[in-house]
Ligand binder design. Structure first.
Ligand SMILES: [Mn+2]
Length: 327
């Protein structure tokens, strides 16, 4: 990568040219996507751009505590969108990851790609890709710094959310002293960790928590205790009105048995579509498994969709996990 500082100043320079800017991120946006997008919106405004945030999917309800959540538009073919001069794509290793929002990219739209996934294919006119960044939110913060622009209390909440979720509450192996220092700076600006933590991790509906209890009680352990599957099938989902899938960190429960090296949460979305969230400890790279099925992620946290009925998806996945486990 060209020196980080150079890329950051190129991005700020481009934004200062103004114009209509599309801000987007990957399908099923997570805390890092939403937090980074909302902060990027303000950075664009301060640079005299006219930004608009458009995503393929709406954010799950736990992110609604963020004051500016109403700025996130969900793409619809029926809506009229302006012609964008520039697009800032956050957390999207390939353009296809932004789903239908791709339709808003005209051939002459200037694309700025900001990401921390190691498999990013550098598709932009400017590529700010740093696989060592703990969260894209940290990269967005650095752009404020580069531009010499102040962040607001809302931005502090947004960026704290990005860092908190992507480091698994400062617990994953990507947790660094730099992430904690920035988090401390965000507290000084007014981020409220109690409020953010409660909104993200302690805000279950009654039915949701009961469903999680059942999901965990029915977990399957395979490969001599080294693999754990959480199975969220139609039967379980029909029984409860609440949707446990909206729980931040639900897939992490699959790693809470100490012998387990690889965990997965399988969700039966359609009779022929199963959503897989993969987790692992240490050297097992689950993003390689996700990529086989058109998904992606990080070595210890990744996801994909399998276009097979639930039981078949489960056996395909088990076979691949077995191969990925150390002998
Ligand atoms: Mn991220």
């Amino acid at each position: 990568m060209i020196e980080k500082k150079t890329i950051q100043s190129e991005i700020v320079g481009r934004l200062r040219q103004g114009g209509r800017v599309l801000i987007s991120s990957h399908v099923s946006p997570d805390g890092d996507s939403i937090g980074s997008q909302l902060a990027m919106y303000d950075l664009c405004k301060l640079c005299n751009c006219e930004p608009m945030i458009v995503n393929h999917d709406s954010a799950v309800p736990r992110y609604l505590f963020l004051a500016k959540h109403g700025l996130v538009d969900v793409y619809s073919a029926d809506k009229t969108y302006p012609r964008f001069d520039c697009a800032v794509l956050l957390e999207a290793p390939e353009i296809s990851r932004i789903g239908d929002v791709q339709k808003l990219l005209h051939p002459d739209c200037f694309v700025i790609n900001i990401d921390h996934h190691a498999d990013n294919i550098s598709y932009g006119q400017i590529n700010y890709v740093d696989a060592r960044a703990e969260a894209v939110g940290m990269m967005v913060y650095d752009l404020f710094h580069e531009a010499g622009l102040p962040i607001t209390r809302d931005n502090a909440d947004e960026l704290f959310t990005a860092i908190l979720t992507d480091t698994g509450r400062f617990r994953f192996s990507n947790t660094t002293s730099a992430a904690m220092r920035l988090a401390a700076d965000l507290l000084d600006v007014g981020a409220n960790p109690k409020r953010i933590g409660d909104a993200l991790y302690a805000c279950y509906g009654e039915q949701q928590l009961r469903m999680i209890g059942e999901l965990v009680a029915a977990m399957e352990i395979h490969h001599n205790g080294r693999t754990c599957l959480l199975l969220s099938d139609r039967r379980l989902r029909d029984k409860h009105t609440g949707d446990a899938d909206e729980v931040e960190g639900l897939a992490d429960y699959s790693l809470y048995t100490c012998s387990v090296k690889v965990g997965a949460l399988l969700r039966e979305l359609e009779p022929n579509c199963t959503k897989i969230s993969l987790r692992s400890h240490g050297e097992v790279d689950v993003s390689a498994i996700a990529r086989v099925h058109g998904g992606g992620g990080h070595p210890n946290a990744a996801g994909c969709h399998l276009n097979y009925p639930f039981k078949q998806a489960k056996s395909i996945l088990l076979e691949q996990i077995e191969k990925a486990l150390p002998a």
